[in-house]
Design a protein around this ligand. Sequence first.
Ligand code: PRP
Length: 188
Amino acid sequence: MAFSHAQTFADAVVSDILIPADEIQRKVVEIGRRISRDYDGLNPLLVSILKGSSFLMADLLRAIDIPIEVDFIAITNYGPATRSSGVVRLIKDLDRSIENRHVLLIEDIIDTGLTLNYVLKLLRGRHPRALDVGTLLNKPARRLANISLRYNGFDLPDRFVVGYGLDFQGRYRNLPYVCVLKPSVVSF
Ligand code: PRP
């Protein structure tokens, strides 16, 4: 689909902006500062769960001013019908051992918490010295698993949101803010 100058891609699809881009960037810098302070001298490993959190990860890493290492895991759900089961399959594992490491899992959003619950159980079994979680977005109303968050950017209402890494059918991750799509765009 092509867009004229009068109607941008965003104008065509976005209904409400819930968190503007500058607020996100301020929050990311604040969380980056806290991580720099809390993990100073601990050589932490920051782990991003692909794909959504890669956007946050890229900005967050540049807001951290202590030595850190990064790694990525990729998982897939077994499909929409089983989504609420929280059963996921690892399709890319960590590159190295996390035994005795201070590990911080970075998520873009925690909804039911089932994905993270699965990943946390998996990683705990590898005996890190510490395993914590940081998320930019949190939907507490939808939680089905008990997750404790060391860093939490924003609590969101129970609305379907996209942007800043979050997608609808693979699209809209590149919007720089967190927003709700127009009903005409979202057809579940
Ligand atoms: C999103 C998000 C979390 C998960 C949260 O990923 O990045 O990993 O959903 O949902 P939950 O708390 O209900 O388990 P998604 O499965 O959409 O994959 P993506 O990051 O590749 O878009």
